[in-house]
Design a protein around this ligand. Structure first.
Ligand code: PLP
Length: 472
């Protein structure tokens, strides 16, 4: 049973014995006991059960423990994150606010220091050594980013401030050029405000209309409703990959396929998927995809807009200035090709280097390993939390990433957040910049814990204990 496994697990985890946990959990699963405590309605638990089943070979005791441990024991990476050793209110920090931003490993902090100590210069135009070093570092970061999401070329990557700027760039450049008053843009009910408001602004300018795909009770997009909404007036689809409020992983591949059958371009907002599982733009086949570096262990103020070659070609520049021009006279300007066409002015050179360092760092751990470990954390936390009287988990889709949103009868979300903070546990409370989806579930505010690979089962126990004590 979970309870037995976890009371021994607590000590094991402190000693970084995640291997032991997995073997225990697998053992229990094979006795059909692990999931007994899961309440009805958590259909994503079935998914995890299936995951266990599919992954039987790598976690049987016959597997060499070395291989097994290197695959899934992620606790050893905690030491790479200096901030995780900070005390908050006299307690060890437990960072469950990863959906808002992630903590930074030493590799990223060191890359920034190295850049400023050895390479700092403006890029592309200088005739001196540091300009060449800085340019190389910036362009290497672009190449790393392209390879991380399996883009065909670094030229598919435009550096932006983050997901918000990437969406605004596409909404403005595409919307203001190609949309007319009878046209429609489709988004979903799950969207973050960053994937609603830019399109509303474009609609105000052009007269185009916003259409919204509804979600079911679990918080998953209803594909059949999407198929009903899409028609000859639809000119663009912009969809989240993972809901920041509910954790739902949306069927982006199917959405892209359906939209492409109508010749419609699709943007995928990968702000909340990029750090949790492998994101492959070639496989998804989206025309555009955006993400923010700070959600994947990189600095704030840097992110990426991926665009297919043809999709970037048909977009006019978003902003004008240096770097994006080939030639300027007072009569006309000739632009560079993408990505330079969209990078007006001095970019965030140092933080792009930080982004490259972060992507290299997580690639070293392996995004599959991260996905697998975080699924375990989510399953464990959801199963424990759902046993507390008065807890309601919001977002129970079959496919979920590391987001656990909930309410607790008799307590405001603010009270819960404060009680957790008093114990050094950082969660986010409020509407999470996703008011429409919370209101779909009759709520204005939820408590949201979001997990990263550096979180542990022991930390979840601490979190559960604070929530349980609130109810006493
Ligand atoms: N999209 C989603 C799904 C998000 O969760 C967020 C941020 O939380 C954003 C977009 C905006 O990201 P940023 O503020 O880094 O631009």
């Amino acid at each position: 049973m979970w309870a037995t496994t976890m009371s021994t697990y607590e000590q094991k985890e402190i000693e970084s014995k995640i291997l032991g946990y997995y073997l225990d959990a697998y053992d229990d699963y094979s006795k059909q006991a692990v999931f007994d405590t899961a309440k009805d309605g958590f259909s994503f638990l079935d998914d995890i059960r299936q995951l266990y089943d599919e992954q039987k070979p790598p976690i049987t005791p016959q597997t060499s423990s070395k291989q097994f441990q290197s695959e899934i024991d992620l606790s050893r990476y905690r030491k790479d994150f200096p901030i995780l050793f900070t005390k908050v209110n006299g307690k060890n920090l437990i960072w469950f606010d990863n959906g808002a931003t992630t903590q930074k490993p030493k590799a990223v902090i060191d890359a920034l220091t190295y850049f400023y100590e050895n390479e700092n210069s403006n890029i592309h135009r200088g005739a001196h050594t540091l300009a060449a070093r800085a340019t190389d570092a910036y362009e290497e970061a672009r190449a790393i980013t392209a390879s991380f999401i399996n883009a065909p070329s670094p030229d598919n990557i435009v550096f932006v401030r983050g997901a918000t700027e990437g969406i605004n760039l596409v909404a403005n450049a595409f919307g203001c050029t190609y949309l007319k008053s009878e046209d429609e843009i489709i988004i979903s009910h799950l969207e973050h405000h960053a994937n609603i408001v830019p399109w509303q602004l474009v609609c105000e300018k052009t007269g185009a209309k916003l259409r919204v795909i509804p979600v079911d009770e679990s918080g998953q997009i209803i594909l059949s409703e999407f198929q009903k909404l899409i028609n000859h007036r639809t000119k663009f689809v912009s969809i989240t990959h993972v809901s920041n409020a509910l954790g739902t992983i949306t069927p982006v591949k199917e959405i892209v396929q359906i939209a492409h059958a109508y010749g419609i371009k699709v943007l995928v907002d990968a702000a909340q998927s990029i750090s949790h599982f492998p994101v492959d733009v070639t496989d998804i086949d989206a025309d555009f995809l955006v993400f923010s570096g700070h959600k994947i262990y990189a600095p704030t103020g840097i992110g990426a807009l991926y665009g297919k070659e043809d999709a970037l070609k048909i977009l006019p520049p978003y902003q004008g200035g240096g770097n994006m021009i080939a030639d300027v006279t007072f009569e006309r300007t000739i632009y560079q090709n993408a990505p330079a066409k969209f990078e007006a002015g001095t970019g965030n050179i140092a933080d792009s280097v930080g982004l490259g360092a972060a992507l290299k760092y997580v690639s070293g751990i392996g995004m599959e390993n991260i996905a697998r470990y975080e699924s375990e954390l989510l399953l464990y936390a959801a199963s424990k939390l759902s046993q507390i009287d008065g807890v309601k988990i919001i977002g129970t889709a079959l496919n979920k990433a590391s987001v656990l949103s909930f309410t607790l009868d008799g307590f405001t979300t603010d009270e819960i957040g404060k009680a957790l903070n008093a114990n050094g546990i950082a969660v986010r409370t409020g509407h999470h910049c996703a008011q429409p989806i919370l209101r779909r579930f009759g709520l204005e505010s939820v408590v949201r814990a979001t997990f990263a690979f550096y979180n542990t089962f022991y930390e979840i126990d601490e979190f559960i204990s604070v929530i349980s004590n609130l109810k006493r």
